[in-house]
Design a binder for this molecule. Structure first.
Ligand SMILES: [Zn+2]
Length: 282
């Protein structure tokens, strides 16, 4: 959807690679356990710094907290600043492979900072007895209702201050954590025990999932929150691609479809990943 928002000078280039971009959007998750330093790019525990205004740039943040502490609580908004720089440079050098790979990964990281539970220490409800709420919000709900979502968000706009935009985005996402957790709890407690969960076959495995009744009630109470976050992700991905391209001097790019080679880094299919953290994409 982000590709379709781009202006005529840029959209043919992205359309030529749209299959690669779509299929490889999950690559950063595949790398999480194989590549040192990958996992912390997907989240930031904003509530790990109560009362603090976080430094917006990485060197300032390292100065105040040290690199180890920062990596432990996630570095998404800082890492994205670097990623935007790398993408801009790739555009400047007109390196098709690199542009597409970086643009694809960027889409993943931008989408991740739109998931409220990627911005809190209580990322799977494990601190409040709500284990499983992560997949409930980011997988179960869109799997069931995405066909009702409206994903067209209009053409791209140029972002004059990407760092400011990144921080405004994570703060906005974080503000949604309370309803994500509170509403799940509310419905859980009103439903009789036997009506909360159901068993479903997934990849030939029987799994326990929230029942249709639970899911529907959660969807209604969140009142379009998942859809709004997905729309915002689509908006920001397109705006970032466009902004990097403009900052690189609006290079004319080759539109011959020649997708990058498969990932050079070690990767595994998403289903077979060892779970160091329970079933949670972070
Ligand atoms: Zn991720």
């Amino acid at each position: 959807m982000a590709v379709y928002r781009l202006p005529p000078e840029l959209s043919p280039f992205f359309k030529a690679h749209i299959a690669f971009i779509s299929e490889n959007a999950v690559n950063p998750d595949r790398r999480r356990y194989a590549v040192v330093g990958e996992a912390e790019r997907h989240f930031i525990d904003l509530d790990a710094y109560p009362g603090d205004t976080l430094p917006e740039t990485w060197p300032e943040a390292v100065n105040r907290y040290g690199e180890e502490a920062l990596r432990k609580h996630g570095i998404a908004p800082w890492y994205l600043q670097k990623h935007l720089y790398l993408l801009t440079e790739a555009f400047r050098e007109k390196k098709t492979d690199r542009i597409i790979r970086l643009a694809t990964d960027l889409g993943h990281y931008v989408a991740d900072i739109h998931v409220p539970l990627h911005t809190t220490r209580n990322y799977n409800g494990q601190l409040s007895g709500q284990d499983g709420v992560h997949a409930f919000w980011e997988s179960r709900l869109p799997e069931k209702y995405a066909n009702e979502y409206e994903f067209w968000v209009g053409p791209v706009t140029y972002l004059p201050n990407t760092t400011e935009t990144l921080w405004a985005t994570v703060r906005h996402t974080h503000a949604a954590c309370d309803s994500v957790l509170l509403f799940e709890r509310k419905i859980y407690t009103t439903l009789p025990e036997g009506r909360r969960y159901a068993y479903e076959m997934r990849n030939q495995v029987l799994v326990k999932l929230q029942s249709a009744e639970f899911t529907d009630a959660y969807h209604k109470m969140l009142d379009g929150q998942v859809e709004r976050q997905m729309r915002s992700a689509i908006r920001l991905i397109g705006d970032f691609w466009y902004t990097c391209w403009v900052n690189a001097g609006q290079p004319v790019l080759d539109t011959v479809a020649d997708s990058p080679d498969p990932e050079p880094t070690p990767s595994m299919p998403a289903d077979t990943l060892p779970h160091t953290r329970p079933d949670v994409d972070r």
